[in-house]
Design a protein around this ligand. Structure first.
Ligand code: ADP
Ligand code: MG
Length: 590
């Protein structure tokens, strides 16, 4: 018999809808801060207890709510910010759906005291769950104070999914940071039981970024408007980069957003000095015509959609790269001045056809790039006749293969003679880079070649890692690791990616698992990329590995074959250093 259809009661509808908007305490805080900022406040006080699960209070000095509207504010789809859909096209406010207070009050013990600027007294609205709110006059300053207690007290399922207070606190901190970074002109005071009061005084955006991110060394970037897009940023050097983009804060038209592609566009601007999966610390403001951004795509308004995303990404990368190009850290050792001057045209040599993830590169090539010595070499090789021909193997054609290995130094460096100078190659960095690039390509094509282990390896990974693996069943397999659980704490590893199968399988799997589980805030694609990099590092030649000159030549040929090769290994260390003969002669007084 078919089940009968019935309309859900309002209280259930409210709770279901609330679930979309309010996922955790940090979502409450974000909505309350949005409202305070929309009310033109310039002083906001925030009080948090028990990771925001116990209570969140936000007090502002904004324009308040008229007494007769105060209960209306709690209704779903009640807003003062838009009147019709057109208004979304030129929206200046953060809110627009009129859902936040309705959602929050449906899943908490809620109270709001508000006084409009022109009113003589305040009014208090209290509500518990889906009950009718109580309204009563009360004393209060102009502005609004919202108190949210016992979040999800009436939604046990959701409450169960909340993490521990420290985890929720971490999310709350992120929400606070984003709000504070987005509005440096507003004073934020943050109080939290058991910790010192934190105060962000009004400042310019650079000053605020330094305060919030706790670093003094941020590059201040302003750019010219280009393609209708205006970019400002305060960014760290690559040395201070982090894996994952959770410390890179993005604002689109003043609105904090989470956008992996936008974050990657920022990372691209650093060029080869920033390995895949790593992101600078900082804040980036992107301003563009509001009619080219759809802000109505995410229940928590955390994501936006651009009508021409590619244009936005490319402009962002180009503008930032231009500005970053003058930073001292981007001027890496280029000892071969004479060499560079004799081939000025090769500066424009495009290397932008690397793998997709590091593709936008022209801007960084316009400056004296660390890579220049080799791209010059590449030009020189083809200019002097040994143009690549299909029947020649890469061994005789590429810029690296044109070098003659002379010696291995301290079981770490490969010394090579080239036409223009002495090249010193870091064998670990080079080998790691080669393995990473190959592994990455295979991974992207979902065709990682695996190698079965002669003796399956039993690896003790611990209960926590096993629990993690249960909830991410395909993660290891997608990386080419074939493993199964055999006890409460152990797995057995049967196969590994062929490219990294050398070395101890237990260490490899432990490291990969460690990387996979680290920093849950990162985008999954970043997690996988850093894991691949870790695996490549594990299998690469190390300091102390003796290799023959023949093996050196093979390594050089592989470098040429590594399409995405830039002169840095995945962990960011340079791979090659060149001393020109001209310099050498000068140094030795010839
Ligand atoms: P939205 O922000 O999308 O309009 P909300 O549910 O967050 O929806 O808030 C509903 C309405 O309540 C807002 O449109 C605004 O008029 C009013 N409001 C909420 N918080 C405040 C505040 N702190 N100060 C002034 N008005 C507020
Ligand atoms: Mg709102």
């Amino acid at each position: 018999m078919a089940a009968r259809i019935a309309l859900l009661p309002d209280s259930v509808i409210d709770q279901i809808a609330a679930g979309e908007v309010i996922e955790r305490p940090a979502s409450v805080l974000r909505e309350l801060l949005d409202n305070a900022l929309d009310a033109q406040s310039d002083r906001i006080v925030i009080d948090i207890e028990g990771g925001g699960i116990e209570s969140i209070v936000v007090l502002d000095n904004g324009h308040g709510i008229a007494a007769e509207d105060a209960t209306k504010a709690l209704l779903r789809h009640a807003t003062s910010k838009i009147r019709d859909l057109q208004d979304l096209q030129a929206l200046r406010s953060r809110g627009f759906r009129g859902e936040a207070l309705a959602s929050i009050s449906a899943v908490s013990r809620f109270s709001m005291t508000t006084r409009a600027a022109d009113a003589t007294s305040a009014v208090q609205v209290r509500s518990e769950g889906s009950q009718q709110p109580d309204v009563s006059p009360t004393a209060g300053q102009p502005g609004t104070r919202v108190e949210v207690r016992d979040l999800f007290y009436n939604v046990p399922a959701r409450r169960k999914f909340l993490k521990s207070a420290p985890t929720e606190t971490a999310h709350i901190n992120k929400a606070l940071m984003r709000a504070a970074l987005s509005r440096p002109d507003v004073r934020f005071e943050i109080r939290r039981a058991g910790t010192r009061r934190k105060l962000y005084t009004p400042s310019d955006s650079l000053g605020r970024a330094k305060q919030v991110l706790g670093t003094d060394s941020l590059t201040d970037i302003t750019t010219e408007r280009a393609s209708g897009i205006y970019v400002r940023a305060h960014l760290s050097s690559p040395q201070e980069s982090r894996s994952g983009a959770s410390n890179l804060h993005l604002m689109v038209n003043g609105r904090p957003v989470l956008d992996g592609a936008l974050a990657r566009s920022v990372a691209f601007a650093y060029g080869s000095v920033l390995p895949p999966g790593r992101f600078p610390v900082g804040v980036v403001f992107v301003d563009l015509d509001p009619s080219t951004v759809d802000i109505n795509v995410h229940p928590q308004k955390l994501e936006v959609r651009f009508s021409d995303a590619r244009l936005v990404h490319e402009t962002l990368t180009r503008q930032l790269a231009r500005a970053l190009g003058t930073e001292p850290w981007s001027q890496v050792q280029q000892t071969s001045q004479t060499y560079a001057q004799s081939y000025p045209s090769s500066r424009s040599h495009s290397v932008s056809h690397g793998t997709a993830n590091r593709a936008v590169r022209e801007p960084t090539m316009q400056r004296t790039d660390a890579w220049a010595s080799l791209s010059l070499l590449r030009d020189a090789t083809s200019a002097y006749g040994s143009a690549p021909s299909p029947e020649h193997s890469e061994r005789t054609t590429g810029p690296f293969a044109s070098l003659t290995p002379i010696a291995q130094l301290r079981s770490l460096f490969i010394l090579c003679e080239g036409e223009q100078g002495l090249y010193i190659i870091d064998q670990h960095a080079a080998d790691e880079r080669i393995r990473y690039a190959k592994l990455h390509t295979q991974f992207e094509n979902q065709s990682i070649q695996t190698q079965r282990l002669l003796f399956p390896a039993q690896v003790e990974v611990g209960e926590q890692a096993l629990a993690w693996l249960e909830s991410h069943p395909e993660s290891l397999r997608s990386l080419g690791i074939d493993a199964d659980r055999i006890s409460e704490t152990e797995i057995v590893v049967r196969a590994l990616p062929a490219l990294v199968a050398k070395g101890d399988p237990a260490t490899l799997v432990e490291q990969a698992l460690g990387e996979l589980q680290r920093d849950a805030d990162r985008a999954w694609s970043d997690v996988l990329e850093t894991t691949l990099a870790t695996m490549a590092c594990h299998a690469a030649l190390r300091r102390g590995d003796r290799i023959s000159l023949r093996e050196c030549s093979a390594l050089l040929a592989q470098l040429d074959a590594t399409e995405s090769f830039k002169e840095h290994c995945p962990h960011g260390r340079p791979v090659v250093f060149m001393i020109s003969f001209a310099d050498l002669e000068k140094k030795l007084g010839r």
